[in-house]
Design a protein around this ligand. Structure first.
Ligand code: GAL
Length: 396
């Protein structure tokens, strides 16, 4: 079974764009094993757009670029499989991919058979150059069926950027994950905007079909293909990774993991954060002390700055995990250090209940002991604090 919990892996697009080849894939596969990513759960190694020639062959088959992939795709898949990983590829529902390569419109069953022959385990399926009169929902259903007909179990990573409210129908057409927004860029506003826009849809994300908030930019520091705007700080990357884990969405790393800053490597390999992402109950986070969403619906169109519409830029979320555990997270979206708090009554645990939370810092492992009634902590500007919690009976 696939996508029982959010798929995890690495994707070439954010850092490498069109500059992909088999040497890169082999080195990334080695790095995933040697640096512990495979062990931590990152299992898919996915190449994105720009892997093929610009023309199909005389039989209408897609052809891997012989300069980039001289031994063909089956050899690449074999290498990735020998490393104990799964191999992912990319195509598109339109006439051409976003970068102008042949795409699977009206070739769905033929292409799916070819991917299965190459022993591909994951297909990212984009939405560029889609014919105006064609049915966007049906075309995703067709590729889903084509993958099923291939006889191979292939994770179907649909990527229609949220068109036609993808969260309402992707599960029913058999997708395992669905990109619900436009592309992420390696800056704070970009990933905050993505999270804001999906928070209210996360209740529809769960086992076998997850909302995909796009590949992570954690650790990229504006190196690579999606570098637009102000580079992120380490605190902002902590916010990004914690938001993705809190949301229980796919974790596809976009950075060059061969040479990652050690602090960022530690972040991406943090087992507690990954456990929070992979929790089998897949519950969305709950915003404590505020109603439903971070930006009111009527203000969303004008919310250019992250959360501009909300005066108070301090956020506390609670997420229910399996095994009677909880996560409490504090976000400080101000530039300066601020105190952020959780009134436990707002999180369902009033003082009169006699219960409090035992709390452990997810980033440092520090035990805070048992807190009752409320918890308050100082959080640096554009950073977060995250705690794993259990309910403890404190007596009267
Ligand atoms: C975009 C997609 C990106 C990347 C790119 C490749 O449409 O959202 O994630 O795949 O195409 O050209």
């Amino acid at each position: 079974m696939i996508a029982v919990t959010p798929p995890m892996g690495w994707n070439s697009w954010n850092t490498f764009g069109k500059d992909i080849d088999e040497k890169l894939v082999f080195e990334i596969a080695d790095a995933m094993v040697e640096k512990g990513y495979r062990e931590a759960g990152y299992e898919y190694l996915v190449i994105d757009d720009c892997w093929s020639l610009k023309e199909r062959d005389k039989d209408g088959n897609l052809v891997p670029d012989p300069v980039k992939f001289p031994h063909g795709m089956k050899a690449v898949a074999d290498y990735v499989h020998r490393a104990g990983l799964k191999f992912g590829m990319y195509s598109c529902a339109g006439i051409l991919t976003c970068a102008g390569y042949p795409s699977s419109y009206d070739h769905e069953f033929q292409d799916a058979r070819l991917f299965a022959e190459w022993e591909v385990d994951y297909l990212k399926y984009d939405y560029c150059n889609f014919p105006q009169n064609a049915d966007g929902i049906n075309r995703y259903h067709i590729m889903s069926m084509a993958l099923k007909a291939s006889g191979r179990e292939i994770c179907f990573a649909a990527c229609n950027w949220g068109h036609h409210d993808s969260w309402n129908w992707m599960r029913s057409i058999g997708a395992h994950m669905y990109r619900s927004t436009g592309d992420i860029f390696d800056n704070f506003r970009s990933f905050m905007g993505i999270f804001q826009s999906q928070l209210e849809h996360l209740c529809q994300s769960g086992p076998y079909c997850f909302n995909d908030m796009d590949m992570l930019t954690v650790g990229m520091y504006n190196q690579g293909n999606v570098a637009i705007g102000k580079p992120c700080t380490d605190g902002e990357y902590r916010i990004q990774f914690s938001l993705w884990c809190l949301s229980g969405v796919p974790l596809m790393i976009g950075a060059d993991i061969r040479n990652l800053n050690p602090e960022m490597e530690k972040l991406l390999l943090n087992r507690e954060l990954i456990r929070i992402d992979q929790d089998p109950e897949c519950r969305p986070p709950y915003l404590v002390g505020k109603r439903s969403v971070m930006v009111p619906e009527e203000d969303r169109e004008n919310a250019v700055e992250p959360l501009r519409a909300v005066k108070d830029q301090l956020y506390t979320f609670i997420k229910h995990l399996s095994g009677n555990e909880f996560v409490i997270v504090y976000y400080n979206l101000f530039e300066e250090e601020r105190d952020v708090s959780c009134i436990f009554a707002d999180a369902g645990v009033p003082y009169s209940s006699g219960y409090g939370f035992s709390m452990r810092d997810v980033f440092t492992g520090e035990e805070l002991g048992v807190k009752r009634d409320y918890h308050i902590v100082s959080v640096p500007g554009h950073d977060c604090k995250m705690y794993l919690c259990r309910l403890v009976n404190c007596g009267k």
